[in-house]
Design a protein around this ligand. Structure first.
Ligand code: ADP
Ligand code: ASP
Ligand code: MG
Length: 354
């Protein structure tokens, strides 16, 4: 039995067709995100919903409607999209902001269930949060099993669940977490996470050209990378499947048989595992995960720093001037962290793979 999660770029009018190539009779649970970006400067449905909650006007709701209308029309899905949208709008500002933010995933799941001829499952009725906002694992796993049992295939919205106070969401990117919960609750043999890039790469492929996919890595390595800014998988999506020893396959829905990453108990074979980057307090923290001996990584990083330094002549005296402000450099077991003023991802990647 397989659980598959499809991210926001898969759930777009143009890309939805790929789900039919990927979902097989071995799949039992399909978890979907809200419609994501359709082009570079597009706005994600979840962001439009936040905007609508703060300013409930026709202009913003119109953008949400347009996305879901096209999703249905382009894929010739036999669903009354006007009724769905009318119902969603009637609830959009009635409750909390998190309730409003959940509507994108709900709409996606309702439409995709019809598209895949599957059973729609309401996430609010199965994923339970306790009074402190943490997942109530026992009740959630029981609910999931009761509702999934007997069904050929269920489609559910990621990112949210229910609580005594109403709907709650995970943090942004949280559909990955819902996918992991469904995989763990149903003891799936595999958790597939389908996204718009070919698995976890040695660096963010949207910032660096021609980066290799990391074929396999451990749960711990994946967790560290997610925390360090590799947003390809939400960090909280690791623990539920790790506890059950369920591997995660992170693959590209554009190329389902192409390169992918398998996250399991086995550590990566890559010497340079991956470089991740995130902004923190106005600075950029770059984390390198590797298995080089200490002397080797020190040498590689020193070479990178030297490359960013030029010799300037001042009145006959030469001085070293660095083109990048380095605030902090830390070496610990298999991890190097550099805090800088600018993005060093492409140049650091180049220095470390040469
Ligand atoms: P989804 O909508 O499928 O959840 P996300 O946008 O959340 O997709 O995650 C996929 C994105 O993660 C990629 O498009 C890429 O820009 C980014 N990313 C950051 N670091 C990495 C990395 N090391 N490997 C792959 N993708 C990465
Ligand atoms: N739609 C939510 C977000 O944009 C959750 C997700 O995509 O995983 O953060
Ligand atoms: Mg994501």
């Amino acid at each position: 039995m397989i659980t598959a999660k499809f991210g926001g770029t898969a759930v777009t009018p143009r890309n939805l067709v790929h789900l039919k190539e990927i979902v097989t009779p071995y799949h039992k649970c399909v978890v979907v995100s809200a419609i994501g970006k359709e082009y570079l400067n597009d706005t994600k449905t979840t962001d439009l919903l936040i905007e609508y909650y703060n300013n409930p006007c026709d202009a913003v709701w119109g953008k949400i409607e347009d996305k879901y209308r096209r999703l249905v029309e382009v894929n010739a899905i036999d669903v009354d999209v006007n009724a769905l949208l009318l119902d969603a709008r009637s609830r959009a500002t009635r409750y909390s902001l998190q309730y409003c933010m959940s509507l994108g995933e709900e709409l996606s799941a309702r439409v995709v269930a019809v598209f895949l001829k599957a059973q729609y499952l309401e996430a609010e009725e199965v994923i339970c949060f306790d009074d402190s906002g943490n997942l109530d694992e026992e009740n959630t796993y029981r609910n999931v099993n009761e509702r999934v049992k007997g069904a050929q295939l269920v489609v559910v919205g990621g990112f949210y669940g229910g609580s005594k106070q109403g709907r709650r969401t995970f943090s942004r990117g949280g559909s990955d977490v819902s996918g992991a919960i469904f995989a763990a609750a149903t003891n799936s043999s595999l958790y597939e996470n389908w996204t718009d890039v070919s698995g976890v790469c040695v660096a963010n492929p949207t910032s660096v050209a021609d980066v290799e996919t990391v074929a396999s890595m451990s749960y711990g390595e994946m967790y560290l990378l997610s925390l360090a800014g590799a947003e390809v998988l939400h960090p909280d999506a690791v623990a539920p499947v790790e506890q059950k020893g369920i591997p995660i396959k992170i693959g590209n829905f554009f190329k389902p048989y192409g390169k992918s990453t398998l996250v399991s108990a086995c550590p990566s074979f890559n010497k340079l595992l991956s470089i991740a980057q995130k902004s923190q307090d106005g600075k950029i923290v770059t984390t390198v995960l590797h298995s080089y001996p200490q002397w080797r990584i020190v040498k590689l990083i020193s070479r990178f720093l030297r490359k960013n330094t030029s010799k300037l002549e001042f009145f006959g005296k030469s001085r070293e001037v660095s083109s990048l402000k380095l605030y902090n450099l830390q070496f610990s077991d298999n991890i190097v962290r550099l805090t800088t003023d600018i993005s060093i991802l492409p140049s650091l990647y180049k220095s470390l793979i040469e």
